[in-house]
Design a protein around this ligand. Sequence first.
Ligand SMILES: [Zn+2]
Length: 327
Amino acid sequence: MGSLEVYICQFAKLRRAPGSVWTATTKNQAPHKPLLLIALLDLIARGVVTSPFIDVREDLVELNELFTNYWRQVVPIRQTSSIAFPFSRLHNEPFWELVPVEALELDRKTINSINTVNQLRQVAIGGRIDKDLYALLQEEENRAVLRQALLESCFSDDAIKVLNEQAIIHAEAFSYNLDLLSKAHQPLVKEINALNNYRPASRNQGFRRAVVITYDHRCALCGVRIVTAEGHTVVDAAHIVPWSKTQNDDIRNGMALCKLCHWAFDEGMLGVSDSYAVITSSQIGVSPNAPGSLLTLSGRSIITPADQVLWPAQEYLHWHRRKYRLS
Ligand SMILES: [Zn+2]
C-alpha cells in the first residue's frame, strides 16, 4: 500500500544519471525520467491512459509527443532521446514495473540495452505503475502535488517556468482539439478560433492533432502513410485557405498532406476538384521539371476521412482552385 506521501518521496528521489552533459537546468542529472512522468500525468488528465498499464503499442505515440515537447524546453537542441530510454529505466524505481513479453526474464543488462522504441517493443509489452499510485493520480490535486515534487527535485526555477508553460499548452491544445472536433459537426463559419484566446502553440498542436487523426496519418492527395516506431508521421496538418487569411482552423479547412504534397498544394501545383479528384497544374511538368509520381495523381480520388462530415469543404477547395486557376 502506498500513500500520497510515500509517492511524493519516491518522485522527489528518482535515481537519475549524473553527467557532464547535464547542466544546472536539470540539476546536473539526466532529465528523462521526470519528463516522461510529467507527460504521463498529462495523458492521465486527458483520459487517454485509463489503467495502470501503459501499452507500448497503444499509448507510446502520444506519450512520446508530449515527452518530446517537454524535452525540447530544457535540453539543448543537439541532444535527442528516445522515450524508450526512461520507459525501460523506470523499472529501477519502486512504483514502476516493465512488463516483459511472454516468457522473457528481464535482467539489468537487457533493460540497459534498450535505446529505441523498436528494441523496447521486442522485450516489453508495457509498463505498469502501482495501482495505489494510479488511483491517486485520478485526482487533479494529487497530480499537481506529485508534479510539483518532480519539478522541484529535478529542475531549476527557470526550467520549471518553461515546463509549466508547456503543460498549459498541452492542456489547451487538447481542449482546442476537442473544440474543433465538435465544431466540425456544425455549419461552416468563417472564423472559429479567436473566441478562447488560445496560445498560438496550443492552436497549432490542437489543429494538427485533429487533422492528422481524422485522416489517420494518410496523405489526402497521394495516400502515403508512414508512422515511425517513435510515432513520427510523414503528414502535416495543412490548411486549404491559409490560416493567415481567415484564421480558420475548421477541420474542413484542413487536409493531412505529406511534405511533398503539402508543398505542391501550397504552391498551386496540386488542387482538388469539385468531385474530390486530384488536379495537377499545367505548370507542374514544364521543362526541365521532373514531377515524378505527382503527375500520376491527376484525376485520382483523394483520400477522405471516414466521417463524411469532416471532408474538406468545397467552398475552401474552390477558393484554392480559383487562386491558382486550377480546373
Ligand atoms: Zn502526399
